[in-house]
Design a protein around this ligand. Sequence first.
Ligand code: C2E
Ligand code: CA
Ligand code: CA
Ligand code: CA
Length: 277
Amino acid sequence: TDGRGIFRVYSPEMGSKMRRYHYLLEEMRLALTSQNFSLSFQPIVHVEDCSIDYFEALVRWTHPVEGNITPGEFIPIAEESNLILELGDWIMQEACRQMSAWYNAGMRKVRISVNVSGVQLKHRPLHDWIMAMLGKAGLPAHALMLEITESCFIEASDAVIEQLELLRNEGVLIAIDDFGTGFSSLSTLAELPVDIIKIDKLFIDQANENPKYNKILNSISELGKELNLKVVAEGIEHAEQFELVKNLGIQCVQGYLVSRPESSRNVGHKVLTQNLN
Ligand code: C2E
Ligand code: CA
Ligand code: CA
Ligand code: CA
């Protein structure tokens, strides 16, 4: 106890975690004003001919002293503190701006996909927010996709689902991200306004070791066909994994085997030398 009869639920380890939290939060505020965030782009390709279906925008943070800090570390802090609202505005604006440049350069068949966090779903007026972003960038709605995790979908209010439906009517595509980790029931999946299922990397990793995961992958693939949803497998690193998902009839893959996330300059180079329009 602390001498006043109050138990201190405090340990040195928690202290350092708290310090890191507050440190990163302050540094993120600075990073927003000093332009230390950037976007990387990773292609999602069709299994059939390896043509690009879309690019996922992934935020990157290069800290002046610490170097690269992973989104796995700073996104949860941004979410907990609601700083994800400002950061997410910047990400959406930058993704639309970049996509608009590519679109105007002739890249018409490819779209950009942006991760949207549960905090944004809750606090941003989705339809108006996205439509304003598209308008500002001069980008058609069908060039944008939103990635929303399965667990965010489960927690989403009816009002949020309605906003997503409105956006979908405008032509924006919606993907359910990290699918298989949130345990939504099949009946809710049928009701949700989604176009694409992204199977979490976890299932691909496990499929190597445990044949039960093959069966799960197979049933997700079948489910996608049943519900007329495109299925994407995340985290494909090896040729055997590519063959596996191909044999299961999964349409698209994302992973280091095809490409790591890259800077816009590298992507632009590749894309404009291929025939993507
Ligand atoms: P996610 O949405 O599931 O994104 C896919 C993650 O898997 C990315 O990590 C990507 O670089 C990584 N990845 C892709 N292919 C492979 C592969 O073959 N092997 C391995 N080991 N990894 C692969 P990243 O960029 O570190 O992002 C991690 C997570 O942070 C994302 O998971 C997403 O939840 C979040 N995140 C990243 N960028 C954003 C963003 O702009 N906004 C929001 N709200 N969240 C973001
Ligand atoms: Ca994603
Ligand atoms: Ca994932
Ligand atoms: Ca995720």
